[in-house]
Ligand binder design. Structure first.
Ligand SMILES: Cc1ncc(C[n+]2csc(CCOP(=O)(O)OP(=O)(O)O)c2C)c(N)n1
Ligand code: SF4
Length: 319
């Protein structure tokens, strides 16, 4: 889908901008994640997306909470906000409301989004402001060194539950798909770069809040979780459809497939609920759902106009 023309007057200022951007224009300092951490792959895929879409660094913002994954904005030369644990989504919604001309990306860990940030998560999905929200799910609190998170698999031993996690893990896909006004839900895996890139591209072009759960390896604390699936493609099933995420490079490698029309919400919920295998692809998309940032958009007024309005109000009380 074509990006909407921006209504913000500031955009008109650079209509003649003929700059082109290379990787170097986005790449920040060397990332300090552990060797083999899946966050590196996500950063690479995001940088490639920025180049492919030629996003202006000064009009792109990455907003995160706190966690290993939330260090993301430091490693890019765009604007960034490394904020408060669990609060990336409300900050991002505020940014998008006030600066509709910016392209907003959100980076959250599973603790960040689905634990302390859970209330914000549900409401941000309902608000459906235009942004890409990435959940980098390594099923653990990484930064604070191996505590159980809501997505930790049952039985996995952690520092807070040394006898094994007690409860079945929360499913971020079904939770998101169950939220009123949800408009885009996809799942991908950072160890399949072609699928990751295609998913981020679809999310970027979505009109609304695109929620992408990225299965992420944490070799430090949850190395065992995706070990088998990384080596054996038959353990991964792709959702396929002409309106879904199409990745021809994976034909012949990932042969387990289910055809799913992303317009079908009930089917998406059923597919997301099954925990017998890893399913990747576009579960749901509906671009007709209302976006809060568009409904609340007001005409920008200049400082002299604002002053005139204020004076007119004050004049009402003049004696
Ligand atoms: C309000 C608040 N509560 C708790 C913390 C401590 N804390 C920092 S990061 C974190 C969890 C990080 O885990 P996750 O969000 O899954 O990201 P990861 O490090 O795995 O990428 C916690 C509990 C904090 N910084 N602020
Ligand atoms: S602790 Fe895990 S999530 Fe954090 S940087 Fe290391 S490998 Fe990555």
């Amino acid at each position: 889908m074509m990006a909407l023309p921006c209504l913000d007057p500031r955009c008109a200022l650079d209509a003649d901008d003929e700059r082109s951007f290379a990787l170097d224009d986005y790449e920040g300092p060397t990332a300090r994640w552990c060797p083999g951490c899946g966050d590196h792959s996500v950063l690479t895929a995001v940088e490639k997306l920025l180049v492919a879409e030629q996003l202006k660094p000064e009009q792109t913002v990455f907003i995160s909470g706190i966690g290993c994954s939330s260090r993301f904005p430091h490693y890019l030369k765009t604007y960034g906000f490394h904020g408060i644990h669990g609060r990336a989504l409300p900050v991002a919604t505020g940014v998008k409301l006030h600066r509709p001309d910016l392209t907003v990306f959100v980076v959250m860990g599973d603790g960040d989004c689905t634990s302390i940030g859970a209330a914000h998560w549900v409401h941000a999905i309902r608000y459906n402001a235009r942004m890409v929200a990435m959940l980098l799910d390594n099923s653990i609190y990484g930064l604070t060194k191996k505590q159980t998170s809501p997505t930790t698999p049952r039985g996995l031993k952690t520092n807070t539950q040394p006898n094994g996690s007690y409860l079945p893990p929360l499913n971020p896909l079904t939770t998101t798909l169950g939220t009123t006004n949800v408009s885009f839900v996809a799942q991908t895996a950072e160890w399949i770069p072609a699928h990751l890139s295609a998913t981020l591209r679809a999310a970027y072009h979505h009109h609304g809040l695109a929620f992408v759960r990225i299965l992420q390896r944490c070799p430090m604390y949850t190395a065992s979780i995706y070990e088998r699936a990384v080596k054996d493609p038959s353990l991964v099933e792709l959702l396929v459809h002409d309106d879904g995420i199409v990745v021809p490079e994976l034909d012949g490698i990932y042969t387990a497939r289910t055809t799913h029309d992303p317009a079908k919400l009930d089917e998406a919920r059923q597919l997301a609920d099954a925990d017998d295998r890893i399913r990747l692809g576009l579960f749901f998309r509906d671009e007709r759902r209302p976006c809060y940032d568009e409904l609340r958009r007001t005409r920008k007024i200049s400082a002299p106009e604002r002053l005139a309005l204020l004076n007119a109000e004050l004049d009402k009380y003049a004696v």
